[in-house]
Design a binder for this molecule. Structure first.
Ligand code: HPA
Ligand code: ZN
Length: 318
């Protein structure tokens, strides 16, 4: 079953490239770029990968991203992610990156894009993995900063397939970003947004109504609002669920209590994704295997989850 789940062709629709930075690469880039790290060695860094909530994880994730400086660094990061995930059945991916995490510390957007795009092109050619990049705004920063980021990215419009919204959720509702998502849509860029990971079901309603998103990232807290669940079923809104992430960030501390299969059987359009594979202990195939081991997911259910991921892609496949 494990081999079958790994080989199953699947798309990944919820992965942050900065979250694919494995400790080994993090240390080697720190050395290459002469960045001082607060951890003595790789083991000490790994020992820090225990999170009481989303913010505890984000603090570490933004700190780790400081080692990314040159186009080659972004290439190495993206290529390592593609190779690892292609070996787990991934045939298509729509990764996020957070421009503000890099531009805020003086790394120019074209440098970031050059490395990521070169790796995605090699992924298409050498691994047969099709892809489309999503420019994600940091919601703990003001909408004006997101708008500036979008304007600075528009000269590279063809590099992106959509815009996203991530980072600290509680206290930063989607409605705050209504104008920047409207501006993106006017440029032909659809939106997706993290909602209902730690935030309440109202944030999912807002992502739908204020941001007019095409997918909800996470969305697991929809289960607390039956009217919302019925609406999401009716419109077949894709929800990009991340089981190992939810476990590690204490959204569902026990994987056996994760609702993804109940959501699938309720008719919700759910898929399986890794979110931040280096920080949460597994790539997309590992997430499928964990669902089989902890929730008894059947082949039929795995097949439907994989089909949902392929059907919810925004970028063309192949
Ligand atoms: N949630 C919000 N922001 C993020 C995440 C996440 O799980 N991972 C990286 N940025
Ligand atoms: Zn995420």
């Amino acid at each position: 079953m494990r081999d079958w789940l790994i080989a199953l062709p699947k798309a990944e629709l919820h992965i942050h490239l900065e979250g694919a930075l494995e400790p080994e690469l993090l240390f080697s880039l720190a050395q290459r770029n002469r960045v001082a790290l607060p951890w003595a060695d790789i083991d000490a860094l790994r020992a820090a990968y225990q999170y009481r909530d989303l913010q505890a994880f984000l603090d570490l994730y933004y700190q780790g991203a400081q080692v990314l400086q040159t186009a080659q660094d972004f290439y190495d990061l993206t290529w390592a992610y593609l190779k690892q995930s292609a070996a787990q059945g991934m045939v298509h991916t729509e990764p996020f990156f957070d421009p503000q995490t890099h531009t805020e510390r003086g790394i120019a957007l074209p440098v970031v894009l050059e490395g990521i795009q070169a790796a995605l092109a090699d992924g298409r050619r050498e691994l047969g993995v099709s892809s489309g990049l999503i420019l994600s705004f940091l919601r703990h920063l003001p909408e004006a900063a997101a708008m500036q980021t979008l304007e600075a990215a528009l000269p590279y419009r063809d590099a992106f397939i959509a815009v996203g919204l991530d980072s600290s959720e509680a206290g930063f509702p989607p409605r705050l970003f209504e104008r920047v998502f409207a501006r993106a849509r006017a440029e032909g860029l659809p939106g997706v947004a993290h909602a209902g990971e730690e935030g309440p079901p109202e944030y999912i309603w807002e992502a739908l109504e204020c941001l007019q998103v095409r997918r909800i990232d996470h969305g697991v807290r929809a289960c607390e609002d039956e009217r919302l669940v019925q609406h999401l079923v009716d419109i077949q809104m894709p929800l990009t669920v991340c089981p190992l992430s939810n476990q590690r960030l204490q959204v569902f501390p026990r994987l056996a209590e994760h609702p993804i299969l109940k959501m699938l059987e309720r008719g919700l359009n759910v898929s399986v994704n890794s979110d931040d594979p280096a920080y949460f202990g597994g790539y997309v195939g590992d997430n499928f295997v964990a669902l089989h081991e902890h929730l008894g997911m059947t082949r039929g259910q795995a097949g439907r989850l994989a089909e949902n991921s392929l059907a919810a892609a925004l970028a063309p496949r192949g």
